[in-house]
Design a protein around this ligand. Sequence first.
Ligand code: GRF
Length: 215
Amino acid sequence: MKKIIVLISGGGSNLEAIAKACQTGNIPASIELVISNQSNVKGLERAKKFHLMSKVIEHQDFNSREEFDQALLEHILPIEPDLVVLAGFMRILSNHFTDALEGKLINIHPSLLPEYPGLNTHKQAIENGDLMHGISVHYVNNKLDGGPIIAQGALKIDPVESEAKLISRVHKIEHAVYPKVIADIAKGFISLQDDEVKFETESHFGPNHMEFFNV
Ligand code: GRF
């Protein structure tokens, strides 16, 4: 059984989608630990609901990004996880952290990367009058939202929809794609080799995979 650690900062709806997929066996792995850098967030309640072990490590308690990241690593590395999943984890990670977990660290970002790295992606897509928006799942390296892309999911923006509506549609895509990618990684169908994503033929995904969702 593969071991996963999930890092969150907030709502944890992606955590829930991943936990459900582990529970049903769609992801052949167990979530060994959930770490949140915020206390009192809904994601921690969700962890409890799924009987997952969780730990709050608040970044404000540390003097520097490096010290915070070191504390994270001290909780992560002894577990020897196969995969560390960033699921709405809103901290920029230091190179020391990303190097220590190279090839084992993935993120989901709410935009069609390389469009809109960083924050407020939905707002930017609406304000720019984009026709399409979506999500990207990628391996994490030391470029912010810039690691090798594993899979993308897209939707058509309705020109009159609110940002809140768009966010909720994007979430639906995230909950469909992220568990599927994690399942394929756990099965050994997707891996990172020489800074490139390698897809075995059994994978649901492949190079430049972009799925369109009617959500
Ligand atoms: C998601 O939209 C994810 O792409 C972004 O943060 C959000 C987290 O949502 N990185 P949740 O906490 O999983 O509900």
